[in-house]
Write a protein that binds this ligand. Sequence first.
Ligand SMILES: NC(=O)c1ccc[n+]([C@@H]2O[C@H](COP(=O)([O-])OP(=O)(O)OC[C@H]3O[C@@H](n4cnc5c(N)ncnc54)[C@H](OP(=O)(O)O)[C@@H]3O)[C@@H](O)[C@H]2O)c1
Length: 233
Amino acid sequence: MTITNSIAFVTGANRGIGAAFVDALLDAGAARVYAAARQPISHADPRVIPITLDVTDAAAIKAAADKAGDVTLLINNAGALEGGDVFAAGAEALERQLAVNTLAPLRLAAAFAPALRRSKGAIVNILSVVALAPMPGLASYSASKAAAASLTGALRATLAADGVAVHGVFPGPVDTDMAAGIDLPKTSPVDVARAVLAGVEAGTADIFPDAFARQVEQGWFADPRAVALQFAA
Ligand SMILES: NC(=O)c1ccc[n+]([C@@H]2O[C@H](COP(=O)([O-])OP(=O)(O)OC[C@H]3O[C@@H](n4cnc5c(N)ncnc54)[C@H](OP(=O)(O)O)[C@@H]3O)[C@@H](O)[C@H]2O)c1
């Protein structure tokens, strides 16, 4: 699909990669951008329509989809990260992150599927390289993203016959609040957003939008166990 004249719906649009998506979409000629956030944003561009949405609220998702019935591109960007090893983070932390990172993208995909089928549009699910193999210090976050990656593949197969493209995005560290405590080189959210939109336009199913991610991608295809061992270390 082309971004020019698209009508996008972005979750977590108030900061980080989500805010960068809003601007990248506008720069690329989107006709309208529904900018969904828990606290509604204001934006100088009249093409931006603020939507109040906590993605863990299933009724609010349905209401948002009813309001934005012309969407051609759904970007499931909102995410939550709680650090800690598998015991420290615990089951409750996993439940909280599953709610935001896994269940919400699925509910949003279901709610927007009728509009996306009509437009033969696309869904973008922002995952992470830790969806491929867990980082033990991000145990429950990794698990929630791995489950979201699995659902992304299932959605892709289910919606293919309707002409809806489903993209998984596997970024490495990105320079946002979420990665503030991560001591690794980080890509700017602006570059990530642009690379993702380029991947959507190119029809790339799984998008590795930065240098770190592409390195992991190469390692993963060569030897997945080596990547798992590297992340474990
Ligand atoms: N930064 C990285 O290194 C990195 C790497 C790989 C993947 N990712 C993924 O990229 C996506 C964007 O992350 P980011 O780096 O931009 O993080 P961020 O700066 O921490 O922003 C997270 C966004 O998600 C929103 N959010 C969290 N819980 C929500 C909820 N229940 N309902 C609605 N919105 C909610 C936040 O809204 P509030 O302002 O209301 O909290 C915020 O807009 C996430 O899916 C993340 O997992 C990030």
